[in-house]
Every structure is written in structure tokens, then in C-alpha cells.
Ligand binder design. Structure first.
Ligand code: ZN
Ligand code: ZN
Length: 359
């Protein structure tokens, strides 16, 4: 039984609140989630009674196979084709995904005669945030592959290995363990580089008594995982121990207390308050976490700078506090979990033992 009709119905049930009769879906991820069609080009038009997928001839066969719940509109890439496609919605109020359309595409669309247009931010994303059991199984598979790669880190780390070499060894492991791709570019940061939350691995070679930060994720069946561990290669000094302890306590506070009904900004504060109490508050500059699914970063966002949302059962979120001291280094610990009725259940399970003895 396909999940897609239920997803389309859930979307349609919101049309009246959005004051639209139809929705044009141009985000590739939203298109995939609503239809199953994984091609690189195409858009959906969902009306009250029809669900239509438009794509070009490269994908007609694939579209019929992957999206049997949709009528296929064969886009011949002629200028009139877009108009014919949109006319399938009649003279309707059509919603467009304002976050997933270029100005040029918008200009072409809004020049068409007939429909009236309504810009919508985040129409499909809030629906995608809540995962069904099939999606959770796929995410668990992705998280398990990431766990198995993280388990390799202590054996791979040695004096002289470069960030790029370690990243490649981990990426290779994930692919061999069943990842179809990486969920995002692997972050491996040594020493002071770990103070940059999104450092790109480079030629820097590891010396004894340095931090090793690894943030990585596999993608499996289209779904992403995301996990960070911070290690110390050698004998950690007091500062590392203090900072690691503060980040771990912040992460645990959030994991233990978050549950459905929590406000996303209050969720951030659960960890931020623990870090602030240690005096390192100004060195935790990013949000506590984010949703993960078909996209590596998706709704909901647990951040003081993002619109607050109520956390709901079935959401998959990361918890990833960090403390970053420029010139010294940083510590981040990140786990991926699913909100169940009584709290957050982590689906990444790698141990948080930071010390890797010198080999
Ligand atoms: Zn991460
Ligand atoms: Zn993350």
C-alpha cells in the first residue's frame, strides 16, 4: 500500500486554510515525498481532485513506474507546455512554494493568464517533519551505518593522518556498509580547526594531544542520518575535560527533557542554559538541532533565531550542542532521535568516550 495518497490527502486538507484550490510543487524533495518520483526534473500540480506530475521525456518511463498515483503530463519543453500544464488546475487560486522557485521561473508563471497565485512558505515541509513508521525504519538504517563508521574512528586515527584521509576512510566505510550516498559532506577537524562548526577537511595532519571532531551521516533509501563525536587523541588536558563535560551535560539535559508539546525555542534553551551556567554560553553560537529526513536539514529547527514551533510525536531531530573556542578548538556532540509520546529516543547509539590513546 503506497503512502502517497494519504500524503496528498493531508496536503489537500490544508488548501482551505491556505485559501488555494491547487498547489504547484517545485521542490525536488517535496515532489519525491508526495509522489515517489525521484527524477532530477519535474513538478507536481495537486488540485482538489487531480494529482499531476509534469516531467520531460527523459523521465516519462521512470515517472510512470515511480509515481503510479499521479497522472503524467508529458512536458515537451515547448513554451506552451507550461501553460497547458497549469491549465489543468482551471482558473484557480494556485499556491506556489516561495522558497523553491527562482525569480525567473516566477516571472514566467505569473505572466500566465487564468490562475491567481499565492506565495506559500513551507507548505509541505511541516507535513514531512512527522515521519511514518516506514520512514523511521529507513532513518534507523542510515543511522546504524553512521554508527558503524564512527566505531572505526579510534582504529583509524594515528599521528600523521590527514583530515581528508580520515574523511575518505569513513566515507568508504559508509558506502561499503550500504549507504547509497553521503547525507552531507563529512566534517573532520583536527586541533584548532574543530573550532569551526562546518570545517571542510583538508591536508592538516594530526599531532599527538589534539582534538578530533567527526560529523558525518549516511543516506539510505533516500533518508539521511547525522551524528557528531569529538575525540581527544592523547591525554586530554583539564580544559578539554571541562568543555567536553559541559557539552555532554547539555546534550543529556535536552535528550532527557524534550518531549512532544515542547516549544522548539524552549528546547534550545534546555541545552543552552546548561552551557551558559558553565560560563561558555557565548561560545555556543548555533541552534541546538534540526529536523532530518529526506533532507539533512529540514523542519523543525530548534534555534532561538527560527520561528518557534511545537514539537510533535514522530519528528526526527538532532541534538547537537557545542562549545567552540577560536584558536583552541571545539567540542560538539550530536545525536539523532525520534520524538515518541514519552520523550526523545535516540536512534544513533555510538558511545561518547572521547579519549583515543596515542598509538
Ligand atoms: Zn552533524
Ligand atoms: Zn546536524
Amino acid at each position: 500500500m503506497s503512502d502517497f495518497p494519504a500524503r496528498i490527502d493531508a496536503l489537500r486538507s490544508r488548501f482551505s486554510a491556505w485559501e488555494i484550490d491547487a498547489l504547484l510543487v517545485t521542490s525536488p524533495t517535496n515532489r519525491l515525498w508526495l509522489s515517489g518520483f525521484a527524477g532530477s526534473a519535474g513538478s507536481l500540480l495537486i488540485t482538489g481532485s487531480h494529482a499531476i506530475l509534469s516531467t520531460d521525456s527523459r523521465y516519462w518511463e521512470q515517472a510512470a513506474l515511480q509515481a503510479p498515483d499521479f497522472e503524467l503530463f508529458q512536458d515537451g519543453r515547448r513554451p506552451a507546455d507550461l501553460e497547458s500544464f497549469i491549465q489543468r488546475a482551471g482558473s484557480a487560486r494556485i499556491g506556489v512554494e516561495a522558497n523553491h522557485m527562482t525569480l525567473a521561473d516566477g516571472e514566467t508563471l505569473f505572466a500566465l493568464k487564468g490562475p491567481s497565485w499565492k506565495l506559500l512558505a513551507d507548505a509541505v515541509e511541516p507535513l514531512r517533519a512527522i515521519k511514518d513508521p516506514g520512514e523511521l525504519e529507513k532513518m534507523q538504517a542510515a543511522a546504524s551505518i553512521t554508527d558503524s563508521a564512527m566505531a572505526q574512528v579510534p582504529a583509524l586515527v594515528q599521528t600523521g593522518i590527514s583530515e581528508s584521509e580520515l574523511a575518505w576512510a569513513l566515507e568508504k566505510h559508509m558506502r561499503e556498509a550500504g549507504a547509497e550516498k553521503l547525507a552531507f559532506e563529512t566534517i573532520v577537524a583536527f586541533g584548532p580547526h574543530s573550532a569551526r562548526p562546518h570545517h571542510r577537511p583538508g591536508d592538516r595532519r594530526l599531532s599527538p594531544n589534539e582534538i578530533v571532531l567527526v560529523d558525518m551521516g549516511a543516506a539510505r533509501y533516500g533518508y539521511c542520518s547525522d551524528m557528531t563525536r569529538t575525540f581527544f587523541f592523547g591525554t586530554p588536558d583539564e580544559r578539554f575535560q571541562t568543555i567536553f563535560g559541559a557539552v555532554l551535560a547539555a546534550e543529556q539535559a535536552a535528550i532527557e527533557q524534550l518531549r512532544p508539546g515542547y516549544d522548539s525555542q524552549a528546547g534550545h534553551a534546555l541545552a543552552a542554559d546548561v552551557i551558559a551556567a558553565t560560563g561558555y554560553g557565548e561560545y555556543f553560537g548555533h541552534g541546538l538541532g534540526h529536523g532530518v529526513g529526506l533532507d539533512i536539514h529540514e523542519a523543525p529547527f530548534l534555534s532561538p533565531t527560527r520561528t518557534a514551533v511545537t514539537l510533535e510525536r514522530g519528528m526526527t531531530i538532532t541534538i547537537e550542542p557545542g562549545i567552540y573556542l577560536p584558536g583552541w578548538g571545539g567540542v560538539r556532540i550530536e545525536d539523532l532521535g525520534v520524538l515518541e509520546h514519552d520523550g526523545l529516543r535516540c536512534i544513533s547509539t555510538s558511545p561518547k568516550i572521547p579519549v583515543i590513546p596515542l598509538s
